[in-house]
Design a protein. Sequence first.
Length: 338
Amino acid sequence: MRAISAVDAVSLAIQRTREFLFRPFRWGTFLKLGLVAIVTEGLGNNFHSSSHHNHSSGHGPMINAPFNLPPIQVAAIVAAVLLAIIVSIVVFYLITRLRFAFFHCLIHNTKEIRPGWWLYGAQAMRFFWLNVVVGFCFLLLVVLIALPFAAGFVRLFHETQRGGPFPFGLLLSLVVPLIPIILLLALAGILTDLILRDWMLPHFALEDATAGEAWRQVRFRIIAEKRQFIAYTLLRLVLPTIAMIAVFIVLIIPGLAVAASLGAMEYGIHSAFADATGGAAAAGIAIQVFFGVVAFFYAVLASICLGGPLSTGTREYALIFYGGRYQALGNILYPPAP
C-alpha cells in the first residue's frame, strides 16, 4: 500500500466506512458495530465532572469541622472509592479489549467481534497497562503543576469564610494563569491518546511489539514525514468536530419536535392520573415508565445511527493514513496483487 496524504485518506475512509457498515446492510449488524464503534472511539462517551459549591453568608450556620465524621462513615467512603476505582479499571480493560477486536474487524472487513476479542488478549493486556502507566504519569504531572496554586486557593477559601466582599482580584490572579496551562494539558492529553490509539496500537496488535518498540517505530515515521503527521493530527481532530456540529444543526429541529411530543405525552398522562388511587395510580405510573423507556431507547438508537458511522469513519481514517506508512498494516487493508 502506497503512502497516502492526510487529505486523500479522508475519501478512502468514507468509502471503507460505507462498505463496512452498509454493504450489505443488516439492522442488527449495523447497530452492533455502531455501538462498538461509539464505545471504543469515545465520541459518544464524554464524561463531564461538575462540582457544586455552597456559599454560606454570615447569617447562616458555619460548618467548622467538615471532616469530623464517625469511623464507620470514613470506612464506607474509603470502600466506595476503592470500589469505584476497581470498577473503572475493569471497564477500561474491557474497552481496551474491545478496541483490539474492532481493529481486527476493520482491517479484515469482518463483522464478527469475537475472533478479535480472543486473538489479541495478551496484546490488549499489555496495551492496557501502558495506558494505565501513561495516565498515572499524566495525573502526577497535573498534581505537580497544581501544587504552586494550592496555597493561593487555600487563602481564597479562608478569605471567603471571613465574610465581607468577595476577593475577585485574588480569584483572577489564580484563575488567569491556569487557563493556558489547562489548555496545554488538554492538548497534551489529546495528542498522547492519538499517538497511543492511532499509531502504537497497530504495532501491538500485528507485531506483538513492546511499548518501547512501538514508540521507536512511530517516532521514526513521524520524523520522516513531519508535515503529513501534523496535517493528519489537525484533520483527525477537526473533521469529527465539524461532522458532529453539522449533524447537530441538521437534526436539532426534528430532535426538538420528538422531545416535545414525548414530553407533552408524559405530561398529559401524568395529569390524567394525578388524582388516581389504587390500581389506577399504579397503571398511570406503569404507562409513564413505559413511555420513558421508549424515549430512552429512541435516544440510544439515534446515538448509534449517527455516532456509529462517524466513529467508524474516524478509525478507518487512522488506519488508512498509518497503513500507508506501516507496511504490515497496509498489506492487510489493501492486499498487494499477486
